[in-house]
Design a protein around this ligand. Structure first.
Ligand SMILES: Nc1nc2c(ncn2[C@@H]2O[C@H](COP(=O)(O)OP(=O)(O)OP(=O)(O)O)[C@@H](O)[C@H]2O)c(=O)[nH]1
Ligand SMILES: [Mg+2]
Length: 257
């Protein structure tokens, strides 16, 4: 069986060495879609409210503290930041939404860039949509999940900072959030929990990446063109979308954040 990675046939099996990330390198910061790196590598992006822990989670998954810059100041990440893992796939740190203090003009500029990235990046394999496990369902998070769903962007939900509150509170908040959104789907979205502080959830989330890459790789009968990474073509993406966004029952809305 011939395996393909972005149309390039691999000998035997392509090993991404995901759990053992040998190299994690900052590539660039992009202010808009045109400034993003080439589309040759699969990407996994982190999105969520400002301060939810996106950059921290990226560092935990990469196994490299300080790779993405972390700050207690909400709205800290302002550009689309690309990091290449093992030279074969990327983690992408996105600016957060929902931080009211950012100047209106600036806010709309980077929000548009994020929306364009999420809607138009052909090599975006999966989005990690981060939700603070210490909070009851926040309308902006609910609307954002709805927006991802209505745009058929593949995603999994990740409840963050599970170390910060009692586990009963985490469970209550997760249940409440999933109750709010579950009615939109035939099959509710996959969700995970994590704590970058307690180093919890790394293996599971790297497992999501590994599975998604593995599913996209196996294309025995396909030509190079046919393996290009569109929402329609990628088995991984089809799988994720069907797990998360089977036809929302509510109408599409304008970008909520
Ligand atoms: N207790 C706890 N704090 C965390 C965790 N993850 C991140 N933090 C803290 O939350 C704050 C924000 O973390 P970041 O990773 O910068 O959050 P972000 O989502 O990238 O924030 P913006 O870039 O501003 O959108 C920092 O003070 C982190 O130390 C976690 O798992 N547990
Ligand atoms: Mg950040």
């Amino acid at each position: 069986m011939v395996l393909f990675l972005n149309g390039i046939p691999c000998e035997g099996s392509c090993s991404f060495q995901i759990v053992n990330i040998a190299s994690a390198i900052f590539d660039r910061s992009a202010p808009d879609l045109d400034s993003c790196p080439d589309e040759s590598l699969p990407e996994f992006a982190f999105i969520g409210r400002s301060n939810v822990g996106k950059s921290s989670l990226l560092n935990m998954l990469a196994g490299k503290a300080g790779l993405a810059r972390v700050s207690p100041t909400p709205g800290f990440t302002k550009l689309i930041n690309f990091f290449t893992m093992n030279k074969t796939w990327r983690l992408v740190d996105l600016p957060g939404y929902g931080f009211a203090q950012v100047a209106r003009k600036h806010k709309s500029r980077f929000n548009r860039a994020v929306a364009e990235y999420l809607q138009n990046r052909p090599n975006l394999f999966c989005v990690f949509a981060l939700i603070d496990s210490g909070l009851s369902p926040q309308p902006m998070d609910v609307e954002f999940i709805e927006w991802l769903t209505s745009n058929t962007i593949p995603f999994v939900i990740v409840f963050t900072k599970t170390d910060a509150v009692k586990s009963a509170t985490v469970q209550k908040n997760i249940q409440a959030f999933m109750d709010v959104i579950s009615g939109w789907y035939e099959k509710p979205p996959a969700y995970y929990t994590c704590s970058s502080t307690a180093k919890h959830g790394r293996r599971e989330l790297l497992g999501v990446i590994e599975e998604t890459l593995a599913a996209a790789q196996v294309a025995p009968e396909m030509s190079a063109e046919e393996t290009s990474l569109t929402t329609e073509d990628s088995p991984a993406i089809i799988r994720k979308v069907s797990a998360t966004s089977s036809r929302p029952k509510r109408p599409d809305r304008a970008r909520p954040w």
